[in-house]
Design a protein around this ligand. Structure first.
Ligand code: SF4
Length: 291
């Protein structure tokens, strides 16, 4: 088992409406991770044995700042490497950014990842100008930028590390163009068969990709959920591994558009159509905040 990280969705609440992060964030009162569920997760991580990293995200995890601080403290006490994914709304100046980050670092925060939803400019300009990155730099906190458009797709592509050397050139952003639906014949997350990381939402569901659920830790221990996950036999992951979203659409005879910008958008649309058939495996992530 390659699994070494879990991303914990602290809440579906966010400081902004209609921002498609891992789940649909918004200002409405939504699902929030409880201390009780988090303690249960830590106990199950201990039992599982291969998870070494934990990330907190949302929605926007800084909305529940003091709970976040305690989550970090508990995770660090377990010896886990701790990171946060955030939209950086709190970094209104360098000194404010430092004031927000310092207590979290004291609690055990190791890494910061900021999405680019509200930043303007190229990655170079963002690293140079955004107070969140400047504050992290001054505190010597490891930080990277995530282009949200790409993160929203499969939650994995697109992290941009700051240039290590002066003058080092960043790779250009990927150019997207619409392609025929049948060309999306593989899942770009080639680790779906042996995930290196999983996600847990505030209800205890374990996702291998967002909305693709393999169990709930309140119903079954994590170690058993992972042991029972046989990707090729999973009714949704199986076709995705076999032939991407095109195979999923073919297998279930799903209506689809002629072209898509990328595999993940096609996949999400297909899974949305399939969710009434597999309600426990295909969780409608937009509604997580509303229940
Ligand atoms: S194709 Fe589907 S399962 Fe694969 S990474 Fe994209 S959204 Fe996830």
């Amino acid at each position: 088992m390659k699994l070494n990280a879990v991303h914990v969705l602290v809440t579906s609440q966010s400081t902004y409406e209609d921002v498609d992060c891992f789940i649909w964030g918004g200002r409405q009162v939504g699902s929030v991770l409880t201390m009780e569920l988090f303690d249960e997760l830590l106990a199950q991580i201990r039992e599982q044995g291969t998870i070494r990293q934990i990330y907190f995200e949302g929605g926007e995890s800084f909305v529940f700042y003091h709970a976040l601080e305690t989550f970090i403290e508990k995770a660090a006490a377990e010896g886990l490497i701790v990171g946060i994914v955030s939209n950086g709304f709190w970094a209104t100046s360098i000194s404010d950014g430092r004031a927000w980050l310092r207590p979290l670092m004291a609690a055990g925060l190791d890494r910061l990842e900021l999405t680019d939803a509200f930043f303007k400019g190229t990655p170079e300009e963002v690293f140079e100008d955004h107070p969140g990155f400047q504050a992290a730099r001054k505190l010597r906190l490891q930080a990277s930028l995530i282009p949200l458009e790409e993160y929203a797709d499969d939650g994995e592509k697109g992290r941009v590390q700051p240039p290590l050397e002066e003058g080092e050139v960043l790779p250009p952003p990927a150019v997207e163009m619409d392609l025929p639906w049948s060309s999306f014949d593989n899942c770009p997350k080639d680790k779906l068969h042996n995930p290196e990381r999983i996600f847990m939402d505030p209800k205890g569901n374990i996702h291998v990709c967002r909305g693709l659920v393999i169990g709930n830790i309140l119903e079954r221990p994590l170690i058993k959920i992972l042991g029972a996950y046989i990707p090729r036999e999973h009714p949704v992951a199986g076709p995705l591994l076999e032939g991407g979203p095109a195979a999923l659409a073919r297998q279930f005879n799903l209506p689809h558009s002629e072209v898509y910008a990328n595999a993940c958008r096609f996949c999400r649309e297909a899974r949305h159509l399939l969710s009434p058939r597999f309600p426990e495996m295909l969780v409608p992530t937009r509604s997580l905040g509303l229940v």
